[in-house]
Design a protein around this ligand. Structure first.
Ligand code: ADP
Ligand code: RBF
Ligand code: MG
Length: 349
C-alpha cells in the first residue's frame, strides 16, 4: 500500500478554508495518496486540483469538453506532457467516456459535476471510470452547486447513487450531504490478481443460447458444479489463460492442442434479466476444425490473470467491443515467456 495523503502547505499559495474543507472529504477516499494518479472530470476541476495538490498528489489529469475551462487549469497549474509520463497537472479535452487508455489506469477519479448533469449519462461515466481505475481505486463524486454549469438531471442522492452503481464492481464507501451539494465515494475491490494459477476442468454445457456465436465470440459454458467452486475462489470478472479441449472423436489433433482463452465468471449483468444463475464461460482463441460445437466434451482451463471486473454495459454493442479489446489484451499477455511456459501445465496432464 502507498502512504496515506498528508496535507502539504504550499509556500506560494496558502490553502484556503474551502480547500481544507474539501480536503477533509477527499482524504477519506482510500485511493488518495502522494503517489496516486488522479483524473479530475468536469467544470469544478480547478478547486479540486488545488485540494489534490494540497494532499500531495502529483499526477493529475483534468478532463473537460470545454477548452476555456482547461485554459484556466493550465494557467493556474501549468501543463505537463499529455502522454502522462511526467508528474504534474495535464489536461485532456473531450468527452470523459472517450478518454484514451494511456491516461490510466488511475487510483482516483473525481467527478466535479458533469456526469450528473446534462452532457453525459452518469451511468456511462461510471462504467468508464470503473474501466479506468486500478483495483482498490476510488471514484469521488463531489457535486457542489457553485461549480455547476447546468442544473443536474440526476441530483446525486444516496438512492440515485445506489441505483447507478448496481451491476458495477464498486461499492458505496461513504456519502454525505455537504454545504452546497453532495459528496459520495465509491470503491473498487482491492484484490483481483490471482496469486497462483487456478486450474479448472469440467464438461461443456448449453448456455443461454443468446447467440454469442453470432457476436463472433462463442463461449463454452462449463458445468454448474464448477461455477460454484470458481465463484468461491474468484471475484466475478474477466480472466485469461490457457484452455485444452478433449474434442469429440475424429477431430484433428490441432483441436486438442492448448489454446489461449478468455473467461467470464459471473452473472452477465448486461444481458441477465435477473433470473439467471451465474456462469463460467470460456471463449477459446481457436477456430475448431472438427465441427462447430463440442457440447458434452471435457474442457480444462488454466486461469493465469485477471483482466477487469464484470460490468453492466449500456448496450450489447458496448459489451461486444469491450470483449474484443479483452481478447486483444489476453493475446498479448499470454505471449510473455513466463505465461507461455505455463501452457505446459495442461499438456502434461
Ligand atoms: P451457449 O449459449 O450454448 O453457450 P454459444 O453461442 O455461447 O452458445 O456457443 C458456445 C458453443 O460454441 C460452445 O459450447 C462450443 O460447443 C462452441 N464453440 C465453437 N467454437 C468455440 C470457441 N472457439 N470457443 C468456445 N466455444 C466454441
Ligand atoms: N457480460 C456482462 O454482462 N458484462 C461483462 O463485463 C462481460 N464480460 C465478458 C467478457 C468476456 C471475455 C466474455 C467471453 C464474456 C463476457 N460477458 C460479460 C458475458 C456475455 O454477456 C455473454 O458471453 C453473452 O451474453 C453470451 O452468453
Ligand atoms: Mg456460451
Amino acid at each position: 500500500m502507498s502512504l496515506k495523503a498528508v496535507p502539504v502547505e504550499s509556500s506560494l499559495r496558502p490553502a484556503s478554508p474551502r480547500t481544507k474543507e474539501i480536503a477533509t472529504r477527499l482524504m477519506m477516499a482510500p485511493g488518495v495518496s502522494a503517489s496516486a494518479r488522479a483524473l479530475v472530470v468536469g467544470s469544478g476541476a480547478v478547486p479540486i486540483i488545488d485540494v489534490l495538490k494540497y494532499l500531495g498528489v502529483k499526477d493529475i489529469t483534468a478532463v473537460d469538453m470545454d477548452s476555456a475551462l482547461l485554459t484556466v487549469v493550465k494557467t493556474a497549474h501549468g501543463s505537463s506532457s499529455v502522454l502522462g509520463n511526467d508528474l504534474g497537472v495535464r489536461t485532456w479535452q473531450g468527452d470523459f467516456c472517450e478518454l484514451p487508455a494511456f491516461l490510466g489506469p488511475v487510483d482516483l477519479v473525481v467527478f466535479t459535476d458533469e456526469p450528473f448533469g446534462t452532457q453525459h449519462t452518469p451511468r456511462e461515466a461510471l462504467v468508464k471510470a470503473c474501466l479506468a481505475l486500478k483495483p482498490g481505486g476510488c471514484i469521488v463524486i463531489n457535486s457542489e452547486e457553485e461549480s455547476r454549469r447546468w442544473r443536474p438531471k440526476y441530483p446525486p442522492t444516496r438512492d440515485n447513487l445506489a441505483a447507478l452503481v448496481s451491476g458495477l464492481p464498486v461499492h458505496i464507501h461513504s456519502e454525505q450531504e455537504v454545504a452546497n451539494g453532495y459528496s459520495g465515494i465509491l470503491q473498487m475491490p482491492a484484490h483481483y490478481r490471482l496469486r497462483t494459477p487456478l486450474a479448472l476442468r469440467g464438461k461443456v454445457v448449453k448456455g443461454y443460447g443468446r447467440g454469442s456465436r453470432q457476436m463472433g465470440t462463442p463461449t463454452a459454458n462449463i458445468e454448474t458444479g464448477l461455477v460454484k467452486r470458481a465463484l468461491a475462489s474468484m471475484q466475478p470478472g474477466v480472466y485469461f489463460g490457457w484452455a485444452k479441449l478433449n474434442p469429440p472423436h475424429g477431430w484433428p489433433t490441432v483441436d486438442s492442442d492448448v489454446h489461449k482463452m478468455v473467461l467470464n465468471v459471473g452473472s452477465r449483468p448486461t444481458v441477465n434479466k435477473g433470473d439467471e444463475a451465474p456462469s463460467l464461460e470460456c471463449h477459446i482463441l481457436h477456430h475448431f476444425e472438427g465441427g462447430q460445437e463440442f457440447y458434452g466434451s471435457e474442457l480444462e482451463v488454466l486461469v493465469l490473470g485477471f483482466l477487469r471486473p464484470e460490468i453492466k454495459f449500456g448496450s450489447v454493442d458496448a459489451l461486444v467491443s469491450r470483449i474484443k479489446a479483452d481478447i486483444a489484451t489476453a493475446r498479448v499477455q499470454l505471449d510473455a515467456p513466463q505465461l507461455r511456459a505455463q501452457a505446459a501445465v495442461l499438456l502434461d496432464k
